[in-house]
Write a protein of this length. Structure first.
Length: 195
């Protein structure tokens, strides 16, 4: 990292590997011209940040020292603060898509406080690990086929089918959704930082 730092997206793609690269590629593919304003990264100590934001070594050290846990105020307070600001700016019909882990409450619980029923997750994430989700998002971005979004409620997530897939198996996906003017905007929120 140079004296000027590097973009958060570049740094986390390097640190997190396939999983974060998949999120970034997916967000770029489907946020398109709204990438700069609609894509946010969940950080360990800085709340929501743009993947284009410049960070330095000190920023990484600060983030590395904070545990990502929904009951840790050092992580939770800035996340809820930024999520509530984002929620207040959403128009009617807008939704927020979380591309992070849905297996624990570390992201879902704080974000649900701010977004309520507007918080969505890809149905294809249910029952998958990090590497599988990363590969899935890279493939979806390459093929320009959006994943299927479902509400991020415990009832929905527990009801969604959990499929065991063999390596390289293709999944059924919803038809490609175009960026028609009538389609609601989605502010994409992606996870980053310590697990």
């Amino acid at each position: 990292m140079s004296g000027e730092g590097a973009s958060l997206g570049e740094v986390f793609s390097f640190v997190s590997g396939l999983y974060f690269r998949g999120k970034l590629a997916y967000a770029r593919a489907f946020a398109a011209e709204e990438f700069e304003t609609c894509v946010h990264v969940i950080t360990a100590a800085r709340g929501l940040m743009s993947p284009l934001a410049r960070i330095a070594h000190e920023d990484l050290r600060d983030m590395a020292g904070v545990k990502i846990h929904h009951e840790n105020a050092e992580y939770r307070a800035p996340l809820v603060r930024d999520a509530e600001k984002l929620a207040a700016a959403l128009a009617d019909g807008d939704e927020v898509v979380l591309l992070g882990s849905i297996a624990t409450p570390k992201y879902l619980e704080p974000l649900s406080v701010a977004f309520g029923a507007r918080l969505m997750v890809p149905a294809e994430f249910v029952g998958r690990g990090d590497m599988s989700r990363g590969a899935l998002m890279l493939r979806a971005a390459r093929e320009m086929e959006q994943l299927t979004y479902i509400p991020a409620t415990s009832e929905t997530l527990h009801a969604a089918p959990r499929k065991k897939l063999r390596a390289g198996a293709k999944t059924k996906r919803a038809p490609t959704k175009t960026r028609a003017k009538s389609r609601p905007k989605r502010a994409t929120i992606r996870k980053a930082g310590k697990k």
